[in-house]
Design a protein around this ligand. Sequence first.
Ligand code: NAI
Length: 345
Amino acid sequence: MINVAFYDTKPYDKPSFERYGEAHGVHFKYLETKLCEDTVDLAKGCDAVCVFVNDTVNANVIDRLYELGIKLIALRSAGYNNVDVKHAFGKLHVVHVPAYSPYAVAEHAMALMLTSVRRIHKAYNRTREFNFSLNGLTGFDLHGKTIGVIGTGKIGRIFIDICRGFGMKIIAYDPYPADGAGIEYVSLDELFAQSDVISLHCPLNDGTFHTINTDAIAKMKKGVVIVNTSRGALIDTEALLDGIKSRKIGAACLDVYEEEADIFFEDRSGHILDDDLLSRLISMPNVIVTSHQAFLTEEALGNIAETTVTNIRSCFDNDGYCDNELCYRCGNIEKCKSNRKAKCF
Ligand code: NAI
């Protein structure tokens, strides 16, 4: 039996992880707390830790996990910006779930976009109060509009296919264009200048931090709609708020927020929110916030649990080799991952 400390457990995690874990000899110790320097010792006696997007897996946490004899960090997410993979190299193997349902995230991005441009969030509240007025609910057709997609990986390409179905003109930016996908690639500046809607589907890293900032917003069309289902820090939130207040940005649809770690995934309805930026954003009629919900479908949860359990088993059964290891050996995680045929170290 492989024992795994499962941090930041939510009720919706358990059914699928219990099902796949029990069937494959993986026992999860469910912990409601997030992983951080104060909680790392809860993993004592386990073989691995299983973490999610807002667990802190920095150098100190990694060093302590190593001291505790933990062998593996199993991310149950695609993104891994919260893990210091470089520091883990040589100490702990790191695995992730590269794809569980790219459809879930792409469809959520479209759901946010439609909700926003057709004012469904406003209409829903009105009709519940028997207010059947249409004043202020005028939207716009997506057909014929230009969507700028930043990042054309698995999710970005599915999102593009959905947008094609709506008759939108698609332009994209990605430093590694997808050959043969029939996508018109443009520079980031051209994308900012031409897009009616901009949707972010790239990872968060040093090169993408605050991709949407004051300079970028200045280059955009007046009334642009910004959709972010990737990572909060791709957007400079203060710049976004300024853009909304100056009416440059027509609407923002945010499934992620740069300071979400201590806020999202919890019921804070009975509390005063300390985060003034988020409060201000939520108070805007043209901002929709969902709390990192894009991945949350039955299909995705089942796939996440199945792949995570397979990753864990594979690492312990195959002398450390796992297809989904985030390998730091050559200093380029993605490149290394695609070329590698052996374990990272
Ligand atoms: P992927 O790895 O298949 O695609 C990412 C794409 O971004 C690649 O084509 C890559 O070349 C591109 N890219 C890298 N640097 C870039 C840059 N500087 N500018 C533009 N593009 C760049 O990843 P996938 O599965 O499509 O996921 C995309 C992101 O979605 C993840 O990194 C994660 O942050 C986010 N995500 C959010 C979820 C949610 O629940 N809100 C769930 C799953 C993923």
